[in-house]
Design a protein around this ligand. Sequence first.
Ligand SMILES: Cc1ncc(COP(=O)(O)O)c(C=O)c1O
Ligand SMILES: [Zn+2]
Length: 414
Amino acid sequence: MPLSYFQCSECGQCFEPDQVTYNCLTCGGNLDAHFSFEENPDEINQSAILESGEASIWRYAPLLAAPDPGFNNTPLHQVGLTPVYQPESLRKSLGMQELWIKDESRNPSASFKDRASALVVARAIESDIQTIIAASTGNAGAALACMAASVGKQAVIIAPRSAPPAKVAQLLTFGARVVLVDGNYDQAFDLSIEASHEFGWYNRNTGYNPFTVEGKKTAGLEIWEQVLHKRGKSAQNLTIFIPVGDGNILSGVAKGFVDLLALGWIERLPRLVGVQAEGSAAIYNAFKAGVNEITPLRAKTVADSISVDLPRDGERALKRVNQSGGYYLTVSDQEILQAIPRLGKAGLFVEPAAAAAFAGLQAALRQGLHQSDEPALVLCTGSGLKDINAAMRAVEPAPIIEPTLKQLKEALHV
Ligand SMILES: Cc1ncc(COP(=O)(O)O)c(C=O)c1O
Ligand SMILES: [Zn+2]
């Protein structure tokens, strides 16, 4: 097991792995996992990973904080190794030289969040814990419910009653015990922590359980394998556009690269760009003001997955962007909605939060923050099937006609 200790991302205090379960015992900051391979990179065999036949996050087991849990023929072993596309039409229309899109809708529950839930469930298996609770705007819960169902564990999900129906349908179908609170995500978050203390359930919350970031780092490892390692020097100045709510996805992707740097497998960190919705921009505001402290706000955006009053991993996500030489920017709801059919025309169906990342690339090109000859990767974090109402707002409705050739000609103008 390569996990050696946890270190607080705020105050720097270190803890033995069995000394702490969630946040820093001193200041409440989020914990970073540290590994024996940081001291001794030779203990990891890169070729064995690259030549592994395992088509999931578990190909990186030697770099992960929990061991491969088995359950090979279940969704738990189908998480990750999602495709990276190079859509020519999109690249040309942006005038870019190199563009990759990583499609996270291909995960078992159709979002990026399966990566975190897979690690948390692997940890629960290792620790023989039966019930896992999470607060979620929908995707994290759906991911936990799916992973727990794969291995016969019980998920308890607390979500705001405003969660999109498709996500609630997933939760219920996967057999989770679901409660919808008459309140927002932040209130669901606090309630889930109270419940885990009261009932002894393991808590998966984002920005609370250190194994979530450790699961999410697998996306960074894959970007290394699929883009950086494959393309060599030409992709070394890669910029990655990531949608940000709590900031945990960004912190996770960054952690993947931090581990790769420690191993000596990359020479420098790719630049990370955090994209927030204008109406949910707490981390962007701190970045812009040049301060470390994040002030909560009243979030409102069409992109429900990145609608967050108080980002639970904001400070770390701010640090990680600065460490990478990147930046934060915001996009409007209109830009987010317009990006949905734009990606659709490249064959991708994404939910608004994922569209926000692409809208972020467009905004960065427009504002001169990103040059068209710099390679970019957009992380498309969730499927459009998660929120079809948003997609329908972004397209013209289909005409309804009598089933005659005449009316068909009129409707299609042919
Ligand atoms: C599809 C999707 N994109 C982006 C995010 C934002 O991730 P984070 O809250 O970790 O910043 C989420 C989180 O729920 C999500 O579900
Ligand atoms: Zn601390």
